[in-house]
Design a protein around this ligand. Sequence first.
Ligand code: F6R
Length: 240
Amino acid sequence: MEIKVFENDSDLARCAADYFEETITAKPDAVLGLATGASPVETYKELIRRCKAGRISFKKVTTFNLDEYCDLPRDDKNSYYTFMRENLFDKIDIPAENVHIEDGNAADPDAECRAYDEKIKAAGRIDLQLLGIGTNGHIGFNEPAEAFTEGTFRIRLSESTVKANSRYFTDSAMPEYAVTMGIGSIMRAKRILLIATGAAKAEAIRNTVKGPISPACPASVLRLHPDAVLLLDAEAAALL
Ligand code: F6R
């Protein structure tokens, strides 16, 4: 696992965007795995800038998002669908039909999860998977558990995740469930980029890099990936 530490968020975002640019330049119809939350926002801004400047185009790119809340209307301001439109998709040249996010309101969640896995499989391997990390070491919404997960599945969010994300739900209750790509799906990506910034992530990063490889810290599995890169700021790297 490669670890890069940056002095500020813009340098980190530029480096993350460089990986995307390299991937899309080498393969204009690349398959990208995308994350939501605070961690990728600067990177998405940089990708929007590069797209508007004509350096990169997403016209042939296909994307798969990691996760989506359940029991939240798709157009709710806190849905990951809305997040992705506002922070990336509405501002780049990607065709709507190339964008994939799980349906957190599917009548049959299991069938929705299987269908999502089939779509990823049909698109070929994910060329570049972007991740954030939870304070408890989760990636996607793969919470600390007894075993590593495989494909997309519905999960009850942990107390720590509800605590960390409920700050966004000022007008409504935070959903208790989400649908997420599994660890198996994430690990099949050709290259994985994980962004972590701020002191709140320091312990999770230490456990990821130095703790046992264990589903108790889901991100620790990335040490088994042949091309995983951690992009950190000094605060997130403080306990390494
Ligand atoms: C989001 C996701 C989560 C977040 C993690 C960190 O799609 O899969 O694993 O990456 O909860 O969230 P932030 O970046 O808001 O600290």
